[in-house]
Design a protein around this ligand. Structure first.
Ligand code: ASP
Ligand code: MG
Length: 262
């Protein structure tokens, strides 16, 4: 049974027309993968707008309420994408991080993932549905809504890949892949077609915003193959694969990986 996680960033969901295009792309993948879980970010710059709105009311919003507010962005995306899939005849269901069983520590606005209890996701995959999960968020053991830090939807996607033993996590970005330098600033920069986790970590730690660093650490700890690519092109991108002799062992989430806790 082949399992794919597809993660759509804010740029690929920036306006309502794009949801139909993303839905078609998902339908295409269903020809190859029997289980597909989608992770979405908030539309375009919506998270920035929500934070700016909160700051108009409180210059430094209480972190619990900040998390309650900013998680709304991903909820809008997940519901719109489920509607777009339904409109193309595909059964889909959307879940918040909490409904997906993404359990985090209680460090509001920068929570780490402790474990995933994907019961509802698995039940719905079993029914043949595409499952859509709101990125960037989880729930603490106390039942409070948390967020994973800016850009954290990438980490949601890899963590779900770990929980569901995914064959690959595919990231749809507004760049063609991972480059030696920021391609928006230096158009001649070379794109890598493949990298190992350490090489990718070095590039991300050097300041490239292409992936949330914690998503790479989680992928490395669990040997999850990644593909970073543009939502505008059908081919290309950067592949990051574990070495051929990699053996999967126990699932490692963030709290069990000391390197990911800072
Ligand atoms: N929407 C959140 C942010 O902009 C999470 C994400 O995009 O990964 O930080
Ligand atoms: Mg975002």
């Amino acid at each position: 049974m082949k399992t794919l996680i597809m993660k759509f960033g804010g740029a690929s969901l920036a306006d309502p027309e794009q949801f139909g295009k993303v839905a078609s792309l998902i339908l295409d993948r269903l020809k190859v993968y029997s289980r597909i879980v989608i992770v979405v970010s908030a539309m375009g710059k919506m998270t920035d707008e929500l934070i700016a709105l909160a700051k108009k009311v409180h210059p430094s919003p209480p972190k619990r309420e900040y998390d309650m507010m900013v998680t709304v962005g991903e909820r809008i995306s997940m519901a719109l994408l489920a509607m777009a899939l339904s409109n193309q005849g595909c059964e889909a269901v959307s879940f918040t991080g909490s409904q997906s069983g993404i359990i985090t520590c209680n460090n509001h606005s920068d929570a780490k993932i402790l474990e995933i209890r994907p019961r509802r996701i698995l039940e719905n995959l079993e029914l043949g549905k595409v499952v859509i999960v709101a990125g960037f968020q989880g729930v603490s053991k106390e039942g409070e809504i948390t967020t994973l830090g800016r850009g954290g939807s990438d980490t949601s996607a890899v963590a779900l890949g770990v929980a569901l033993d995914a064959d690959r996590v595919e990231f749809f970005k507004d760049v063609d892949g991972i480059f030696e330098a920021d391609p928006k600033a230096i158009p001649a920069a070379k794109q890598f077609s493949s990298l190992d986790y350490d090489q990718a970590l070095t590039i991300v730690r050097g300041g490239a915003k292409v992936l949330h660093e914690r998503s790479l650490l989680l992928a490395q700890a669990n040997g999850i193959p990644l593909h970073i690519r543009s939502f505008l092109k059908e081919e290309g991108g950067t592949y990051i694969n574990p070495s051929p002799d990699w053996k999967r062992h126990k699932k490692i989430f963030e709290a069990q990986d000391p390197a990911s806790i800072r």
